[in-house]
Design a binder for this molecule. Structure first.
Ligand code: FDA
Length: 308
């Protein structure tokens, strides 16, 4: 019911105007979204670099069924990568892409369009001297997304994949991906998924995350532990201590605006910390969809407003 109410509110133009106009909304959005355009994203990357953190930038917008929009998103990423190179930030900033924003859901030719657009972005990233990580969306797209990542890796072996620990299949996917040179971001998973494919309870998801983290941190690849969960961060630091190669061989990752104090603490302790920075004019749809997909996300954002 809450989900229906959020979606109904999100779709209403009047509600949208009212929500966008309130000062509280502006301050909430500014906390979680770095700005609306490429210069704002570049400035946020610079601030993170100064504070000793890495960045991965996400141009907001997903679920495109419009070819022109998918091309627009691709051009924005290319412009962003060029701007990061000019600003000298590609040593610390990369980009995260969503295949649904690049055309994956277009009828018939969706996968081919998304692959073509993703290849253009990977080529721009390679020119700029940085990398791309491909976000994971709902479970109906997992096979398609991993297939496209495998194709991208043939030409751009540094391309990162995302694994969602809540899916039953993910331990097997981690085993497959825990190879030399393979960059894998491990997150809990943000979508509302059925029990047939995903663990439902918090305890089960945490336990699944820890099993996946052990596989990735025990392998020769490059694990990226994306979480704000203190229990997992503590386990991650223990696993990191047992790895050869020191701090250079893995990362912790967190979202922009969530637990900034913990981000700084980990960076000061010598861990690599990468902050996921969403930007773009599509922030309204982004926040509303996140809340609708999983009302627990509301709690997640609210908690961030009151804590460090
Ligand atoms: P969770 O939200 O379960 O929180 C666990 C505990 O952490 C809380 O109980 C609390 O103790 C502590 N905590 C959390 N927030 C806090 C706060 N603000 N202040 C203090 N304590 C707090 N998902 C997806 O499906 N596909 C994707 O591609 C990505 N990509 C991605 C990239 C990055 C870099 C991140 C960090 C996350 C994603 N996600 C994602 C989202 C991810 O799947 C997940 O929904 C969120 O990270 C929330 O899960 P957590 O592991 O952070 O813990």
């Amino acid at each position: 019911m809450l989900r229906q109410a959020i979606l109904k509110t999100a779709a209403s133009h009047r509600a949208r105007r009212a929500i966008e106009a309130t000062p509280l909304t502006r301050s909430v959005v500014d906390r979680f979204v770095a700005g609306e355009d490429v210069p704002a994203a570049v400035r946020a990357s610079g601030r993170l670099q100064t504070s000793g953190c890495l960045a991965t930038l996400d141009y907001l917008g997903e679920d495109t069924t419009d070819r022109a929009r998918a091309d627009h998103v691709t051009r924005q990423y290319v412009a962003l990568l060029d701007a990061l190179a000019v600003a000298g930030l590609t040593g610390t900033a990369e980009v995260s892409i969503k295949l649904s924003a690049l055309g994956q859901a277009l009828p018939r030719e969706g996968e081919a369009v998304a692959l073509e657009n993703a290849l253009r972005i990977c080529a721009a990233a390679a020119r700029a001297g940085t990398t791309v990580t491909v976000d994971m969306e709902d479970h109906t797209t997992t096979d398609s997304t991993l297939g496209i990542v495998a194709q991208l890796r043939r030409e751009f072996p540094q391309t990162g994949a995302v694994i969602q620990a809540y899916l039953h299949r993910s331990e097997a996917d981690c085993r497959e991906l825990a190879t030399a040179g393979s960059r894998v971001r491990l997150c809990k998973g943000a979508y509302r998924e059925p029990a047939s494919v995903a663990y439902q309870s918090r305890a089960e998801v945490t336990a699944a995350y820890l099993r996946c983290a052990e596989i990735l941190m025990g392998g020769p690849g490059y694990p990226m532990l994306a979480t704000h969960d203190p229990e997992i961060i503590e386990a991650g630091t223990r696993l990191a201590a047992g790895r050869a190669g020191g701090h250079a061989g893995y990362e912790f990752q967190m979202l922009y605006g969530i637990r900034p104090g913990e981000q700084a603490r980990l960076a000061e302790a010598g861990h690599q910390v990468r902050v996921y920075v969403p930007f773009g004019e599509e922030w309204y749809g982004y926040l509303m969809r996140r809340l609708a997909e999983r009302p627990a996300n509301l709690l997640f954002f609210l908690r961030a407003l009151t804590s460090r």
